[in-house]
Ligand binder design. Structure first.
Ligand code: SF4
Ligand code: SF4
Length: 359
């Protein structure tokens, strides 16, 4: 069995309006209208980009998709959950202000930005799943309550899961704070000997008060640490590291299981877009401008299968880059196969696909 993945070539250089129209073309070509019904509360899951990040997918690129949902008389809302780490997306208020400033708003897209996990990321629902790691996952309350989802992922590399695309958008991006902590629980960093300058930046950003400084270097209390990766993101001296080989596998599996929970009850009522453009080596959670890219822009992919759409995007990126994603992002210890294979095993979707190119 294979799933259809629709693909259209596109590049940010064509302009946001052209990208928006190409996404609309793909929506129509894929026959995705059938997934959305009149009066549905439809979550349009996006990533508005951390502050100072400028390589995220901009709001005007989604205009055509939003207009399609409005024409179908659904009640779409732009949405994303609060992050574990500090920053402009850490709670619903800061996140909404940032989203509004970036045009993910009634003014910019004609529909509101509404975080699905409440003011503090704690509005959640326990969703039963048939996972290997978990039999229940904690998902943002309004993701669970809405009737349909249009997921718009930006395909990037990722410092923990190798690839950040649809599965990551659903698993991490649709879970509550507790759900995120469970996914990160196995991934705890340590400070490398001889690298730390004692600048204290990691301690200032740690949300769990897990970092102390002595006369030599910073130390991470593994019992207090919630694995949020904030210290990895803020350390400018490459002094904080993960034990990737051991723990990365559990994180990737847990992300796939939370994605399964986010989609529970929405069979046939969810569509997944991967924008494979501005394909940066790190994800949009990094508050950095002009991050290096893996490959030049490829296009937009869409499917009703969240696994197939990710596998197709990975294949296109690796084919274009002439190497595997781990080498393209410069971290050979990472491996995206775990999340794809686990996602297939737990029934999230299918890794075999038929690529249908749309003009
Ligand atoms: S941010 Fe890096 S260099 Fe600074 S104290 Fe923390 S580990 Fe050390
Ligand atoms: S020490 Fe743990 S909790 Fe603190 S910032 Fe680093 S990963 Fe997050």
């Amino acid at each position: 069995m294979s799933s259809k993945v629709y693909f259209i070539k596109a590049s940010i250089g064509e302009g946001e309006r052209a990208v928006s129209e190409k996404a609309r073309t793909l929506f129509r070509a894929g026959g995705f209208r059938k997934c959305f019904k009149k009066n549905d509360f439809t979550a349009v899951k996006v990533h508005v980009g951390e502050e100072t990040n400028n390589t995220y997918i901009k709001a005007p690129c989604l205009k055509g998709l939003v207009e399609e949902l409005v024409a179908l008389k659904t009640k779409p809302f732009i949405t994303d959950t609060s992050t574990l780490y500090t920053g402009r997306r850490h709670n619903a208020i800061d996140h909404t202000v940032l989203a509004t400033q970036r045009g993910f708003s009634v003014e910019g897209l004609g529909i509101p930005f509404i975080p699905p996990d409440g003011l503090f990321g704690t509005a959640e629902a326990a969703v039963p799943i048939e996972g290997e790691l978990d039999k229940e996952v904690m998902i943002a309350a309004d993701i669970v309550r809405c009737q349909s989802i249009l997921s718009v992922a930006h395909f990037t590399g990722h410092c923990a899961t190798c690839v950040g695309a649809t599965i990551k958008t659903l698993g991490m991006g649709c879970s509550s704070r507790k759900g995120k902590m469970r996914q990160h629980a196995a991934l705890k960093p340590h400070v490398k000997k001889g690298k730390c300058t004692r600048c204290g930046e990691c301690r200032r950003h740690c949300p769990a008060d897990a970092i102390t400084l002595d006369d030599v270097q910073a130390h991470i209390d593994q019992d207090k640490c919630i694995g949020c990766a904030e210290c990895v993101a803020v350390c400018r001296f490459d002094a904080v590291a993960y034990d990737w080989q051991q723990e990365n596998e559990i994180l990737q599996k847990s992300v796939a299981e939370h994605a399964l929970g986010a989609l529970r009850g929405k069979e046939g009522r969810a569509v997944f877009f991967n924008f494979v453009m501005s394909v940066t080596k790190d994800c949009d959670c990094f508050a950095r401008a002009n991050m290096p890219k893996m490959v030049e822009d490829i296009g937009i992919l869409a499917s009703t299968d969240p696994v197939a759409v990710d596998k197709a995007a990975i294949d296109l990126v690796e084919s274009r880059g002439g190497r595997g994603v781990p080498k393209l992002i410069g971290n050979a210890k990472l491996d995206w196969h775990t999340q794809i294979e686990h996602a297939v095993r737990i029934g999230l979707g299918c890794a075999d696909y038929e690529l249908v190119e749309v003009e």
